[in-house]
Design a protein around this ligand. Structure first.
Ligand code: GLA
Length: 658
């Protein structure tokens, strides 16, 4: 449950978060974001075989896991035969992998996945060593065979090596053993991710591997006893956090594989593991039998916001900023400096429900920020100053917080001179940020901006010269523009617009007073065919004004609006007062492009009805599809009550009472 707790603070500003300094150069160009995939150990342990692994590959695709980002399929311990082949090379277990590793790798690659295997820096792998009676004389370790084994892996198409720490040779040096395998992989002719599994962070690791385990093995449990080699999820969260400053793109802390879906963690605990792994920029290696995933396990693994946090391209690992008896606040800056985006976890490590406060000032924001709840998959909208969340034991509230920012190009924020043209994306900047109101928290489709704000659509698909338009703009949403009116008087307004829906339109306000009725936008089938429409506003005084463009009815795209002093938008006529009584009693033919576009697509067209006073003076154009509609609209066009002459395009003249 959420609530808003803080009230009434100052103007919005975003504190910049210094990125964590990451000194080490990555060993290669791989895993710029933490690796994601599946590993066999947590669920199958030593019992792996090629049929089952191929089924896993199939399900990684059919379940959508691959497309969600889980691309590494990693075989853990015991894929290999006890003995090497006649040439001294590591080789497949003949009973369980009869088709051999190269063929398995090819199958995995054919599914669009990457192929991972496991090795050991000592004499035997952990499983072979821990079960010495079954594996006497096993030759599964790579000690002093690193070059050979790395080349073998490369020849099989291996993309990822997890390299364990069991049965070191006497007199060997751990760091040197890992460095030899690093160099062998770099020399293997293939890009292979190097995952160090040595159960604790050491300073040489960022220079040696792409990732390194920070703790003992993860148990299928929330908590373990302090002395147990196996660690619970909650224990690992505590232990891994200490190392956050050592990780970054290409070199990651590895708090071990995920236990979600293995039957012991509750859904709350499962969400906590995913949240904290994502906040800590940890590898997301699922460790369950994905062939039998429950709907809730799948939903937890596939949450797109959670994955986006984990995979954030800035690669800055998050860390804890507060721990008050298990009421913990964690943050992870997202998107690089100046993005205004941050992941926040309100994590309850205690055994009872807790109310956890989040004061935005504590995480560098003041005023209003946009908040999204990752697990509820819900936007909470703009929230001022702070919030609190009641968090169940072992659970977490996972938020993405975004500040309002100064706009990037193409927003100019400058006052536009009238007569003149306003490009729709040129919102007024003013002193308090962009002036707009958008109902959507995230933009959709082919957009210019991806954070807060109205959607900016590139309209190059039709005509590159059109640049950007304001798109996906929903009814009631609006943009404000500073205008500088050079010449008082009546203005003709032209606009380039498109809408795939009936009844879309817009309305203009000057200094919050409506100066037009709804101006309807002709419906087009593809949203991209912009047509020019025209109307006339009331008089505008000279000087500075705030012009508001508000969408009505339904979604609309607007490319530009142009204010002209005459019907033809000709400069030389600017001096001529447009309300002068014209001598010509036969109005000129309508030249609306909007009408032409409507007709072309066979949509019930709006007509341009020309309105005259009884003495024949032209007073304006009304867009409507019937004379009844004209009767309604004429009120916004002419201030005085009376009888007017209305002419339709085909020359019919009606008398309309206002
Ligand atoms: C070690 C590792 C585990 C797993 C097993 C396999 O314990 O830390 O992750 O790879 O070996 O035997």
């Amino acid at each position: 449950m959420f609530g808003i707790r803080y009230a009434g603070w100052a103007v919005l500003a975003l504190a910049s978060f210094a990125a964590v300094s990451v000194q080490a150069q990555p060993i290669n160009n791989l895993v710029k974001t933490p690796p994601m995939g599946w590993n066999s150990w947590n669920v199958f342990h030593e019992n792996i075989n090629e049929k089952q692994i191929k089924e896993i590959a199939d399900v990684m695709v059919s379940s959508g896991m691959r497309d969600a980002g889980y691309i590494y399929l990693n075989l853990d311990d015991n894929w290999m035969a006890k003995k090497r082949d006649g040439n001294g090379n590591l080789t497949h277990d003949p009973d369980r992998f009869p088709s051999r590793m190269k063929a398995l790798g090819a199958y995995i690659h054919s599914k669009g996945l990457k192929f991972g295997v496991y090795g050991d820096r000592g004499l035997r792998t952990c499983h072979h060593y821990n079960n010495s009676n079954q594996f006497p004389g096993s030759e599964s370790g790579s000690y002093m065979k690193e070059e050979r084994d790395a080349k073998t892996f490369a020849s099989w198409g291996v993309d990822y090596l997890k390299y364990d720490n069991c049965e070191p040779a006497s007199g060997s040096n751990q760091q040197k053993d890992y460095e030899r395998m690093r160099d062998a992989l770099l020399n293997s002719g293939r890009d292979i991710v190097f995952s160090i599994c040595a159960w604790g962070y050491q300073d040489w690791m960022p220079k040696t591997g792409n990732l390194w385990r920070t703790t003992g093995d993860i148990a299928n449990a929330w908590k373990a006893s302090a002395t147990d080699w196996f660690r619970g999820v909650a224990d690992i969260i505590e232990e891994n956090e200490k190392h956050y400053a050592n990780a970054g793109p290409g070199h990651w802390n590895d708090p071990d594989m995920l236990q979600v879906g293995n039957g012991k963690l509750t859904d709350n605990e499962a969400r906590s593991q995913m949240t904290m792994w994502a906040i800590m920029a940890a590898p997301l290696l699922t460790g369950n039998d994905i062939r039998k995933m429950s709907a809730s396990t799948k939903e937890i693994y596939m949450n797109a916001d959670m994955i986006a946090v984990d995979q954030d391209s800035a690669g800055v690992p998050g860390h804890r900023i507060k721990n008050d008896n298990g009421k913990q606040v964690w943050i992870r800056p997202l998107g690089g400096e100046g993005s205004g985006k941050m992941a926040v976890a309100l994590y309850n490590s205690s055994e009872s429900e807790q109310t956890i406060d989040l004061n935005f000032e504590d995480i560098g924001y003041t005023g209003e920020v946009m908040v999204r709840d990752v697990w509820q998959k819900k936007d909470l909208g703009m929230v001022k100053d702070g919030l609190y969340s009641n968090v169940a034991p072992h659970h977490v509230t996972f938020l993405i917080v975004t500040a309002k920012l100064d706009p990037p190009e193409p927003f100019s924020g400058k006052a536009v001179d009238l007569p003149g043209t306003i490009q729709a994306e040129n919102f007024d900047k003013g002193s308090s940020g962009l002036a707009y109101s958008d109902k959507d928290s995230e933009n959709q489709g082919k957009v210019y901006r991806t954070d807060v704000g109205v959607d900016i659509v590139q309209v190059d698909s039709v005509d590159a010269s059109k640049g950007y338009a304001v798109g996906y703009t929903n009814a009631e949403e609006w943009m404000k523009y500073s205008v500088n009116v050079k010449k008082a008087g009546k203005y003709y307004v032209f606009a380039s617009v498109a809408s795939g829906l009936e009844k879309s339109g817009f309305r203009l306000f000057i200094d919050d007073k409506a100066v037009t009725d709804t101006i309807l936008i002709p419906q087009v089938p593809d949203w991209n065919t912009y047509s020019e429409i025209s109307t006339e506003t009331a008089s505008i005084d000279a000087g500075s004004h705030m012009l508001k463009l508000q969408i009505t009815g339904s979604y609309a795209n607007i490319d530009w609006i142009k204010f002209c002093t005459n019907e033809k938008c000709e400069e030389e006529n600017e001096e001529k007062p447009v309300t002068d009584t014209p001598k010509d009693k036969t109005p000129a033919a309508d030249k609306s492009l909007g009408l032409a576009t409507s007709l072309r697509y066979g949509v019930q067209p709006m007509q341009a009805f020309r309105v005259h006073s009884m003495n024949g003076a032209f007073v304006g154009t009304v867009y409507a599809s019937s004379i009844q509609e004209v009767q309604m609209k004429i009120r916004t066009l002419v201030p005085e009550r009376g009888v007017y002459l209305v002419r339709s395009k085909n020359g019919m003249t009606f008398q309309v009472r206002r």
